[in-house]
Design a protein around this ligand. Structure first.
Ligand SMILES: Cc1ncc(COP(=O)(O)O)c(C=O)c1O
Length: 508
């Protein structure tokens, strides 16, 4: 029996003593203006820690793709380097060298055409959102320069707006890019049973003002990979037939740190001619704490020179192409640490385990209560390790997904319920993101909590038969271990067959 709210972390324990001593101070500290007098370090930190204890446990936050844990050596490196400002290349030349190495490692991973060793083009950002803004700006600038050349005008004389094409499954950061930087939105709706980019519709929407198509490697809604290879083929045909050369930006916020390790045979990156830039989040499956993102361009010609500013405030010429100027070097250093520490093999193992655990979770959910859930994610095809599921409308239940996740929240599990985008926005899904910290054991505890919550809901809402059915499945629990083993064998044989490269399988 689970339904357990998590216990405080070990390092929270000693503070109870401190807390008691500072309760009086705490009561007097104003909330919305600075206290008149300084507090002691202990008093200030106790007050803050006592309140932060009420935050959710990041490990039980199954809504988020963001990394919540790194090893002690990584944490130590971060702490030691928090005080370095990455933009100050003269002072922190070695931190900048590390940033360059990460950019080259990623460019390599994404098959950027090999030029001179160490000459890859890209930058670190706060996250994928900033990276998408920079990628989008480069598309807009290139489009404007091409239009100017085509019509024999100066760049500033190009006053028409360009448009960007993408599916309705995009993350809000893409909509922000368009609104903040005056780009027309050409959004392709989803369909009742298809939640990724419709490529025929993309081609129908392309015109001479299209600055690019944004394709997602792992959508936020269902984790599916959009078919970037097919998109590339269709755009090449368009280039050939209509002389429209339309580049692709890949939003690989999560997927770009999964596909190279687990699905190396899928072509989605710079192997495809029209792919000009790729963003990813270091703080998602890059396995670094927030906030770190990356944007990588195919080559120098894809990042227009006049987007880069050169300043000398800090003593030497510093080229800068970011939305923010100052930022700590700590996350970039942590990323380099993870690259060295884990290597290709380490990333491959971690991502494969997460994929296996997501498949296990999806299979197990699908077997609860006689098709009670519909699985909306695609765990039998390359996709992110996440499970998106809905209550089966055919069951005519009196409670919905929102009620279900609210009840699970009472047990400490943070699982969002949200609607898909137009034209599939009548479908509500719950999402469980599987990350490194989500082990098979945690999956089993969660599954048991879901079953128990469902029994309560079924009883409360008068679904007696369902309650009995779910109760019965408790008696079958001793089969669970066997099912988990069978599941692993199934995943193993599937991945063995579909891989060119030999894969190490770890069962956790
Ligand atoms: C597909 C996709 N793109 C972009 C983003 C934004 O990423 P970040 O939070 O790193 O800014 C997300 C966040 O989840 C995402 O899922």
């Amino acid at each position: 029996m689970s339904l357990s709210y998590h216990v405080p972390k070990e390092d929270d324990e000693p503070m109870l003593g401190h807390l008691a001593r500072f309760i009086e101070v705490n009561n007097d500290v104003p909330k919305f203006r600075m206290p008149d007098q300084p507090l002691t370090e202990q008093a200030a930190s106790s007050i803050i820690r006592s309140e932060l204890r009420l935050d959710g446990n990041p490990d039980l936050n199954l809504a988020s793709f963001v990394t919540t844990e790194v090893d002690d050596a990584c944490l130590h490196l971060m702490m030691k380097n928090l005080n370095k400002n990455l933009v100050d290349t003269s002072q922190y030349a070695h931190s900048n060298e590390i940033q360059d190495r990460c950019i080259n490692i990623l460019a390599n991973l994404f098959h950027a055409p090999s030029t001179e060793e160490g000459s890859a083009v890209g930058t670190a950002t706060v996250g994928s959102s900033e990276a998408i803004m920079l990628g989008g700006l480069a598309l807009k600038w290139r489009w404007r320069a091409k239009q100017a050349a085509k019509h024999g005008k100066k760049i500033e004389e190009i006053t028409t707006r360009c448009n960007l094409i993408f599916s309705a499954a995009v993350h809000v950061s893409v909509l922000k890019l368009c609104r903040y930087f005056d780009i027309d939105v050409r959004m392709i709706p989803l369909e009742e049973d298809s939640y990724t980019l419709n490529i025929d519709q993309v081609i129908a929407q392309c015109d001479e003002n299209t600055c690019g198509v944004l394709a997602i490697l792992g959508t936020t809604l269902t984790g599916e990979f959009e078919d970037i290879k097919r998109l590339n083929g269709a755009l090449l045909k368009l280039k050939h037939d209509k002389r429209l050369d339309i580049p692709i930006h890949v939003d690989g916020a999560s997927g770009a740190m999964i596909a190279p390790f687990v699905f190396p045979e899928i072509e989605w990156d710079f192997r495809l001619e029209q792919v000009r830039s790729i963003n990813t989040s270091g703080h998602k499956y890059g396995l670094v704490l927030p906030g770190l993102g990356w944007v990588i361009w195919r080559g120098k010609e894809d990042l227009p020179e006049d987007l880069i500013f050169h300043v000398n405030y800090l003593g030497i010429d510093e080229p800068t192409f970011n939305l923010n100027f100052s930022r700590s070097a700590a996350n970039v250093i942590a990323q380099y640490y993870q690259f060295l520490r884990l290597g290709m093999d380490g990333y491959q193992r971690i991502m494969q385990i997460s994929i296996n655990n997501a498949t296990y979770l999806a299979d197990s959910l699908a077997s609860i209560g006689d098709d009670l859930f519909l699985i909306r994610s695609q765990n039998d095809r390359p996709s992110l390790p996440m499970v998106a599921f809905s209550l089966n409308p055919g069951k005519k239940l009196q409670f919905n997904e929102t009620v279900l996740v609210q009840r699970l929240k009472e047990c400490g599990w943070i699982i969002p319920a949200y609607t898909l985008a137009a034209n599939a926005n009548h479908i509500t899904v719950c999402r469980i993101v599987v990350r490194e910290t989500f082990t098979r054991n945690i999956a089993s505890i969660l599954l048991e909590d879901i079953r128990l919550v469902l029994i309560r809901l079924a009883n409360e809402y008068g679904h007696r038969e369902l309650a009995d059915l779910l109760q019965m499945s408790d008696k079958n629990k001793h089969h669970q271990h066997r099912r988990s083993k069978q599941h692993d064998d199934k995943v193993k044989s599937h991945t063995d067959k579909s891989k060119h490269k030999q894969t190490v399988h770890i069962i956790c």
